[in-house]
Design a protein around this ligand. Structure first.
Ligand code: SDX
Length: 394
């Protein structure tokens, strides 16, 4: 049941599609972007360079990277009318629907780059998304705290610009802590792609109807919001607060997880593919201590997280089910130490995943079998039956 035979005897595989972008070995805990191990990219590359690699398939030369960076810089502004778009949302709105709506609205403001079959328009919408998503994300945050929006400052790097628009004020200069910039850049690399997960499959499926890139990415942002997917990083913090509030007893919490108590799940653990330690979680765990110490928030919540992990990794219930920490288990602690509220954590995930979504959308369009994804089903309903009406009706 991995697909269906066509009338002329052909076979269409609908269970999985081919891709050359990211390789995952769930049993061995391996993750590679275009063949490069995630550990090496996280340590040596930059998010913009990794974005280029994912989208164009090769690492850029210095000239290509400079040109790419410069093109992105020229598109960081939002249309002035689009800035007013944020006024329509309630202040207490979660930033994810605000961000996905604003991204979808790009289809209305930038109608000269919607044609998925025009390579120049695809390139322009790619650059516009990479450039404008940090601005949209920062504005969603500023809206939620009732503070003025800041225009982008193109003298700054991609991450510095985002941090300044998020945490800066018009009345004074803002200089981001270089450690914070480096840490966030690495976290964005770790989130940049992950094969055909729920949100990436959404982007591919929406785009397969020839819907434009902006609206396809908006669909991906909506799928990412779910707490079983990208929303898990927020749910992990809420879980740690809950354990802290109930006295900080990790062992007791895990017992309730094992007893499958309603609403008690070990968020940030388990994965559809990794049945080993998520290599991204290992990288984040390693740097969590140093980043948290540097940012001066030696954390009771980190202690609770470490204790949860220590107990779970030695408990048969979790070991038998191959439940290990995933990328979301530690990232929220770092985002929180950086000053982001929990509701912004999944927005940060989207910021990181954007180049991966774009790469998959483009790859789907280049695949002659990629268009109009139409997974078949296995019908399990009634066989044919005659209509005889109910209660004498006929
Ligand atoms: C992401 O796909 C991707 O690549 C996603 C992602 C990406 O980069 O795009 O990696 C990002 O989404 C990471 C996952 C974030 N989600 C969470 O942390 C939420 C908590 N995790 C679970 O919801 C769950 O682990 C899933 C949905 C992520 C994966 O489920 P699985 O591994 O396919 O396992 P399952 O749902 O079939 O459950 C198998 C068993 C069950 O026990 P039994 O019914 O057999 O007794 O494991 C149990 C489940 O109850 N289980 C858990 C658990 N996850 C699975 N028990 C407690 N806590 C958990 N977190």
């Amino acid at each position: 049941n991995t697909g269906y035979t066509t009338l002329d005897g052909g076979f269409v595989n609908t269970a999985s599609t081919k891709s050359a972008i990211t390789y995952i070995d769930g049993a061995e805990g391996i993750l590679r972007y275009r063949g490069y191990p995630i550990e090496q990219l996280a340590e040596k590359s930059s998010f913009i360079e990794v974005s280029y690699l994912l989208i164009y398939g090769e690492l850029p030369t210095t000239e290509q990277l400079d040109a790419f960076t410069d093109r992105i810089r020229r598109h960081t502004l939002l249309h002035e009318d689009l800035k007013r778009f944020f006024d329509g949302f309630p202040r207490n709105a979660h930033p994810m629907p605000v961000v996905s709506s604003a991204v979808n609205a790009l289809s209305a403001y930038y109608q000269d780059s919607l044609d998925p079959d025009d390579p120049e328009q695809v390139e322009l919408s790619t650059i516009r998304l990479l450039a404008k998503l940090p601005t949209i994300a920062a504005y969603a945050y500023k809206k939620s705290v009732g503070q003025p929006f800041l225009y982008p400052d193109n003298s700054k790097s991609y991450v510095e610009n985002f941090l300044r628009m998020t945490f800066g004020f018009p009345a004074e200069p803002y200089e981001a802590d270089p450690e914070l910039v480096k840490a966030l850049d690495m976290l964005l690399i770790l989130h940049a792609d992950h094969e055909q997960n729920c949100s990436t499959s959404t982007v591919r499926l929406v785009g397969s109807s020839d819907a434009n890139l902006f609206t396809s990415i908006s669909g991906g942002i909506n799928a990412l919001w779910g707490p079983l997917h990208g929303g898990a990083n927020q749910a992990v913090l809420e879980m740690l607060y809950r354990i802290q509030g109930e006295g900080g007893d990790s062992a007791d919490f895990l017992n309730r997880v094992k007893n499958k108590e309603a609403g008690v799940k070990l968020m940030g653990f388990g994965h559809r593919v990794y049945k080993n330690y998520d290599p991204r979680a290992a990288i984040v765990r390693k740097t969590a201590h140093s980043i948290l110490e540097k940012l001066g928030s030696g954390d009771e919540l980190l202690d609770i997280a470490m204790k949860l992990e220590e107990v779970a990794l030695n408990d048969d219930y979790f070991v038998e089910r191959k439940l290990y920490p995933n990328v979301d288990f530690y990232t929220g602690l770092i985002y929180r130490a950086m000053g982001f509220p929990e509701r912004m954590f999944t927005v940060l995930f989207a910021l990181g995943r954007l180049p991966g979504w774009i790469a998959h959308w483009q790859e789907m369009h280049q695949d002659p079998n990629g268009k109009i994804g139409r997974p078949r089903q296995i019908y399990t309903g009634y066989t044919e039956r005659a209509y005889e009406g109910i209660d004498g009706r006929s």
